[in-house]
Design a protein around this ligand. Structure first.
Ligand code: PGA
Length: 251
């Protein structure tokens, strides 16, 4: 059985005190969530150390939103996988479309980042997804397959067990425009098939594939009911504990 996961991606939101309050509220409400649903919060780097204390002993796991593509050294402004591990982080998001779009994240860099994250005991939430132009041109399958092949195919089946894939159509992120459950299911099944081509059906069946893009309590149920949708990567709605937990209760 693959894991059901609801992960909150806070992006560049909240100050540290606000983040601590939000994390406390999530921990407090987490008892309402069925125990087979894994809860993760991904916070800005500055928040990780104090929030690791807040989530300690709870069911909520801690994630970063990015990590460096280098082990250590003279890379001003970067945060390494080893640093994340040292503050008690268990996951990191990699390849979010905002990083690909605004910060020159390439698939080549993502291979390095993923390699380093895994080497330091972090599980990876790897994001893929097409933009509006690609969707309208009917290229969404090709774009996702390429992103999967360019990064995931560099790893072993053993390593794949520590990678969660998040399908996030760029046109649905923060726009209020969600992919329909059918659109999402179709591409999730395709992503699973692409994973199976390299790693075999069994490994693909065990890989959690999350949907992200304007997911909220009102649409999560329909999305999560799809056969190949194993949860969500939540942006805006993760900034309110009530909405985030509401989504996690939608399985
Ligand atoms: P959104 O963001 O839920 O605000 O659309 C999702 C994401 O970018 O991870």
């Amino acid at each position: 059985m693959r894991k059901k996961i609801v992960a909150g991606n806070w992006k560049m939101n909240t100050t540290v005190p606000e983040g601590i309050e939000l994390a406390k509220a999530v921990v407090e409400a987490s008892s309402q969530v069925p125990s087979d649903v894994k809860l993760i919060i991904a916070t800005p780097f500055t928040h990780l150390y104090p929030i690791a204390e807040v989530v300690k002993g709870s069911v909520v796991a801690l994630s970063a939103e990015n990590c460096a593509d280098k082990e250590k050294g003279a890379y001003t402004g970067e945060v390494s996988a080893a640093m994340l591990e040292s503050v008690g982080c268990q996951y990191t998001i990699l390849g979010h479309s905002e990083r690909r779009q605004y910060y020159g994240e390439t698939d080549e860099k993502l291979v390095e980042k993923t390699r380093l994250a895994l080497a330091h005991g972090l599980d990876v939430i790897l994001c893929v997804g097409e933009n509006l132009e690609e969707r309208e041109a009917g290229k969404h399958f090709d774009v996702c397959a390429e992103q999967i092949k360019n990064v995931l195919y560099h790893f072993s089946a053993e390593e794949l067990a520590h990678i969660v894939v998040a399908y996030e159509p760029v046109w649905a992120i923060g726009t209020g425009k969600t992919a329909t459950a059918e659109q999402a299911q179709e591409i999730h099944a395709f992503i699973r098939q692409t994973i199976a081509e390299k790693f075999g059906k069994q490994a693909a069946e065990q890989t959690s594939i999350l949907y992200g893009g304007s997911c909220k309590p009102s649409n999560a149920k329909e999305l999560f009911a799809q056969k190949d949708i194993d949860g969500g990567l939540i942006g805006g709605a993760a900034l309110k504990a009530e909405d985030f937990i509401g989504i996690a209760m939608s399985f």
